[in-house]
Design a protein around this ligand. Structure first.
Ligand SMILES: C[S@@+](CC[C@H](N)C(=O)[O-])C[C@H]1O[C@@H](n2cnc3c(N)ncnc32)[C@H](O)[C@@H]1O
Length: 412
């Protein structure tokens, strides 16, 4: 088993020079130059915690926003020393509910990223927003702060469905926020959750048709996952959470069929875009195993370094994160991934992409090829295909991407 190094091995605040030259050749022929870089900003506060949500979130009981925003700025500087100089192609404000941040804090974070790394022209700067977080003035303030893509967490366009998800907005709020957003932003995406408690397939088909007719450029359509450490998880264990009436596979196939008929191409298992330009560039970094810096409580990051692929996790509790910034180190964990682990991450995310994975890139990350016999079997089963350059799931394998990645997993 290749040893993964621990957080204590990396004096994060070491001299800048040592960390300023990351684009070194790691081993003969194995280049790490050219990895794209994005910044993920996690804002953990929400006015209400949803019963299905397993993200790192906290009720916003008058939390000190400026202390957390200040800590995020300090963390950005520390991570600049780790990543070295690379232009940033995207920033993603996620949560929690980042729309509850003060626009001046959002602007300060964007300006700091531009100063530290330099933003590419046309950088994609996204923010997630709950329908009840903001009115029209608030959307304009976000645009003024530098946001150029809005992801609206609609979840359902059905009042009973929203109630079943414990959301505190209704259908009318969701429609208003999406149409308002389209007035203020060229790039708007919306999130929906399907296979909700007790949901019928026919209802979902109608609702999805309605959602796509709103004409946003991008939609994220997630099958409800019951996370064990959530209110839904506990309810399910008690047998008190109704399941869908129709098979999940039918929901998955209908979702792809209706989206395709409405001109939305599935470029990732849960993500659909009207054009290639409408694809979520920031999220593609994760799915293509590129590099990103994660700041904010509980944020994850991945950086390619001379020592290997570094996996970073920030302190999840906001108070510990703020204390960490005062000490100059916000990391709860900082590991170098083994090649097998880095390869398995690339497989897991890459097989969820319609474009699949570049074979030479995967071999470079994992240090070897996938198991040929396993691959041949999955090819014969019609769920996986390969070209001279790429491997990818077939339409029949699209809903099985995670299982395919497990079957092909690199062993330690
Ligand atoms: C970080 S959350 C967005 C948070 C934002 N505050 C909101 O609720 O709109 C990103 C998306 O993940 C999806 N999501 C969260 N928990 C989920 C679950 N248990 N099953 C399926 N999708 C989920 C939702 O569609 C949500 O919009």
């Amino acid at each position: 088993m290749e040893q993964a190094s621990r957080a204590t091995d990396f004096p994060i605040v070491a001299s800048a020079a040592a960390e300023e030259a990351p684009h070194l050749e790691v081993s003969p022929g194995r280049k790490i130059a050219g990895r794209e870089l994005g910044i993920y900003v996690h804002w953990p506060y929400c006015t209400k915690i949803c019963p299905y949500c397993d993200f790192n979130v906290y009720r916003d009981r008058g939390a000190d926003h400026s202390a957390l925003a200040g800590a995020i700025l300090v963390d950005l500087s520390a991570q600049r020393r780790l990543s070295g100089q690379r232009p940033v192609q995207s920033i993603y404000f996620g949560g929690g509910s980042p729309a509850l941040m003060r626009p001046r804090d959002i602007a300060a974070i964007i300006a700091t990223v531009d100063t530290l790394w330099g933003l590419v022209a046309e950088a994609e700067i996204s923010l997630e927003c709950n329908p009840t977080d903001l009115g029209s003035a608030g959307l304009e303030a976000l645009r003024g702060a530098g946001i150029n893509r809005l992801s609206v967490g609609v979840q359902a366009f059905d009042d009973a469905g929203l109630k079943s998800l414990g959301r505190h907005h209704n259908r009318a709020d969701a429609i208003r926020t999406v149409t308002d957003a389209q007035q203020h932003f060229e790039r708007v995406s919306l999130d929906l959750i399907y296979a909700r408690p007790g949901q019928k397939l026919e209802e979902w088909r109608r609702e999805l048709g309605f959602a796509l007719d709103l004409g946003v450029e991008h939609v994220s359509l997630y099958e409800l996952t019951i996370e064990p450490d959530t209110a839904f998880g506990r309810k399910a264990r008690r047998g008190a959470l109704p399941r869908t009436v129709d098979p999940l596979e039918d929901f998955f196939c209908s979702t792809r069929e209706i989206a395709a008929n409405s001109g939305y191409a599935p470029y990732e298992v849960s993500n659909f875009a009207r054009t290639p330009e409408a694809q979520a560039r920031h999220n593609l970094l994760y799915w293509r195993a590129q590099d990103w810096v994660g700041v904010g409580p509980g944020a994850h990051g991945r950086l390619t370094r001379p020592e290997g692929r570094m996996a970073l996790t920030a302190f999840s509790r906001p108070d510990l994160y703020i204390e960490g910034a005062e000490r100059g180190n916000c990391f709860e964990e900082a590991d170098i991934l083994s090649s097998a682990d880095a390869g398995n991450e690339a497989l897991l995310f890459g097989l969820r992409l319609a474009e699949g994975i570049d074979r030479a890139f995967l071999r470079d990350v994992a240090g070897r090829d996938c198991d040929a016999a396993e691959f041949a079997q999955l090819q014969a089963d019609g769920v996986l295909e390969k070209s001279s350059q790429r491997i990818r799931a077939t339409e029949r394998g699209a809903g099985l991407a995670d299982a395919l990645a497990r079957r092909l997993a690199f062993r330690h």
